[in-house]
Write a protein that binds this ligand. Structure first.
Ligand code: WT7
Length: 638
């Protein structure tokens, strides 16, 4: 592999040694890592920071272009290696293999389209694209010319597109006419046209034709991708960027109102995403790595595109959905492409585990070596299903904890190198200094090591978000005001006697029952242990005696019905696993749980229903499945 092997930790002892060095002398540590990349000019100050302002800068004065690290520097040795394998929605459509050299040419070519349409360094460009290689090409082309990409997940509504475009005043929108999703075809351009009615900053719209359907175009504004390519050359020198110049903005939902445009910069993000990719996944030269996330989320930015490409790996992009043409599609693709690394979300695992095992058994999955999980705590039952049926008991599972804001994985096993433990994200990566905080905002000391609290980070790391776009005050309030001098994650965590961390869920999901602080995740885990339970969500609701009592919303595996026996079995299971205090007062069986498009259960809605506040549910239109809400209200009222 092109990346020198000294980027990779190779034993548990080495992990401990690297970790120690990274804490004792962080600047020296990151200097050595950063030295392994291609810089046009070396930085003069490794780190400057102040968590009170807050202000963080890494590799100040260093000049680079991330696409030279993803593409140019690989050409000599890896030019003919496949960079991207694209698997279409329809299994009968041809798979595309794009080599590093081809990708380099396509990115440079399209970068000239951006320039030819007036895009300059620092301009913001919105991408609303399906999972096709052109999304990767467009984002890298932005980075090549120094434009800031703001990718909006192509499942979001036109209102969401418009508000994101307006917040960062994007000059250009890049989209596709349509997208295939299972047996549906979705018209993205129509969605954009609706949004474009309210986005005065957009001057140009570039449209990639994914299907042959006629696409209405507005003259002087809308241009076809292919036509624009004909007008420009294929050579494009990479713009020189400062390490702290913006690379991208990515919006993430806040606990209230408007989404936050998290700002990521060039040098630190590159170093962080690549270093973590190398170490968590431990890729080898001929591995085929597949992360099933959409590039519209941070997981796709860091672990489909930037991390793997900087590392010279082969990365898979999948256009479709796990249930099309049947529930075995993921496994069919693993066999077809000889996937060695498979990285997905617990919600996907649980959804697939609900269906007969035959969908898995039909495929041999022999190529798999390493499995990954991200997005929410992975419950014990899902962990074992993943381990037994997908990993065949011999693939390490890396449970990776991180956030849009952290840019890169923060807590995770290193595959095959450090120990795993079901439901634990385990140990912090080198450079990550965690702190568990008690309810008075005091750090819980390392002795005794076993403790539970709120998770904070007490030292900067290169890939951290630098601000909320145009709202630095919000950045300060949300992340740096809870605990003075520390970054607050919003998550709760438990640390075991050997220093392994388990994320217990968002702190805003914590419920206090009769004065006891209960995380929702452990109770849900207990309930999910029941063999008939598919998924569950716990929320608190007002209770006369207890202050707050618990309500459990539960979905069952196909073909099973609710019964009094089942209700009492579930209560007993919770009482046995956690304690009688955690027994839900109400158990409601439902057909589905309301989810965000990224697969998170929207407990806020369930909480309102349990509290009889159904007239104050707020906007449910952005849910993946808004239809289940009415059904849940009815089930609750029964
Ligand atoms: C929140 C961040 C990071 C990419 C996807 C989500 C939860 C994420 C884990 C994990 C337990 C996890 C946390 C975190 N989370 N990964 N392995 N175990 N919880 O990014 O949308 O910014 O969400 O997701 O609650 O704070 P995001």
């Amino acid at each position: 592999m092109h990346i020198p092997q000294n980027l990779q930790i190779k034993s548990f002892a080495e992990y401990k040694q690297w970790y120690k060095q990274s804490v004792e002398n962080p600047e020296k540590f990151w200097d050595e890592i950063a030295n392994q990349f291609l810089w046009k000019k070396k930085w003069n100050k490794t780190l400057e920071y102040d968590f009170n302002t807050p202000k963080v800068s890494w590799f100040k004065g260093g000049k680079l272009n991330i696409t030279e690290n993803c593409l140019d520097r690989h050409l000599e040795k890896l030019g003919n290696k496949t960079a991207i394998i694209w698997e279409p929605n329809d299994p009968d459509e041809e798979t595309r293999h794009i080599t590093y050299r081809q990708l380099y040419v396509k990115v440079s070519h399209f970068a000239n389209v951006l320039k030819n349409n007036g895009i300059k360094k620092g301009d913001r460009v919105c991408l609303y694209m399906p999972m096709i290689p052109e999304l990767a090409i467009a984002m890298l082309a932005c980075a090549r010319v120094g434009a800031v990409h703001s990718i909006v997940f192509a499942g979001f509504s036109s209102t969401a597109i418009a508000s994101r475009i307006n917040d960062s005043e994007c000059k250009m929108l890049i989209t596709a006419n349509e997208v295939y999703r299972g047996n549906k075809r979705v018209n993205l351009k129509e969605m954009c046209d609706e949004a474009l009615k309210q986005t005065p900053s957009i001057e140009t719209v570039i449209v990639y034709r994914r299907t042959v359907e006629p696409t209405p175009m507005k003259s002087n504004r809308d241009k076809f991708w292919f036509d624009e390519l004909q007008k420009v050359s294929k050579d494009c020198a990479a713009e020189e960027m400062d390490a702290e110049d913006l690379l991208f903005i990515l919006y993430t939902s806040g606990s209230t109102g408007k989404p936050k445009g998290m700002v990521h910069t060039t040098g630190g993000y590159m170093v962080g995403s690549t270093f973590t990719f190398q170490n968590v996944f431990q890729p080898n030269e001929n591995d085929i790595y597949w992360c099933t996330a959409d590039i519209g989320w941070i997981t796709g930015h860091s672990y489909i595109i930037y991390g793997p490409l900087c590392a010279g790996a082969t990365t898979v992009m999948f256009e479709g959905i796990p249930s099309y043409p049947d529930y075995g599609r993921f496994w069919e693709i693993c066999d077809k492409l000889n996937v060695t690394h498979f990285y997905t979300a617990p919600t996907a695992i649980r959804a697939l585990a609900k269906h007969p095992l035959d969908y898995v058994k039909k495929h041999n999955l022999q190529s798999l070596k390493i499995l990954g999980s991200v997005g929410e705590p992975i419950n014990e039952e899902a962990w074992h299903w993943y381990n037994d049926h997908i990993g065949n008991g011999n693939c390490p599972i890396v449970d990776t904890w991180w956030q849009t804001e952290t840019g890169a994985i923060m807590i995770s096993p290193l595959a095959g190198i450090t120990p795993t433990r079901p439901t634990f994200a385990t140990l912090p990566l080198p450079g990550v200094q965690l702190a568990l905080m008690d309810e008075n905002g005091i750090e819980i000391e390392q002795k005794p090591i076993q403790a539970e609290g709120r998770l904070a980070i007490k030292f900067p790391w290169p890939s951290m978000a630098r601000s909320v776009y145009n709202d630095h005050e919000r950045y300060k309030n949300v992340y740096f005001s809870q605990f003075k001098g520390k970054y607050f994650t919003g998550d709760g965590a438990y640390r075991d006697a050997t220093g392994n961390y388990r994320i217990t869920g968002r702190v805003d999901d914590v419920v206090i029952v009769s004065g006891h602080n209960l995380g929702t995740a452990p109770i849900e885990n207990a309930i999910n242990e029941h063999e008939l339970v598919a998924e569950s969500a716990i929320v608190g609701f007002p209770h006369e005696v207890k202050g707050t009592a618990l309500c459990a919303y539960i979905t069952l595996h196909e073909g099973h019905n609710e019964s009094d026996k089942l209700t009492s079995e579930i209560k007993k299971l919770v009482a046995d696993t956690i304690g009688p205090i955690a027994k839900p007062d109400k158990i409601i069986f439902v057909g589905g749980l309301p989810k965000t498009r990224s697969g998170k259960i929207m407990r806020r809605i369930l909480r309102k229903i349990a509290s009889n506040e159904t007239d104050a549910l707020g906007d449910i239109s952005t849910l993946l499945n808004p239809d289940v809400v009415d059904e849940i209200i009815v089930a609750f009222g029964k």
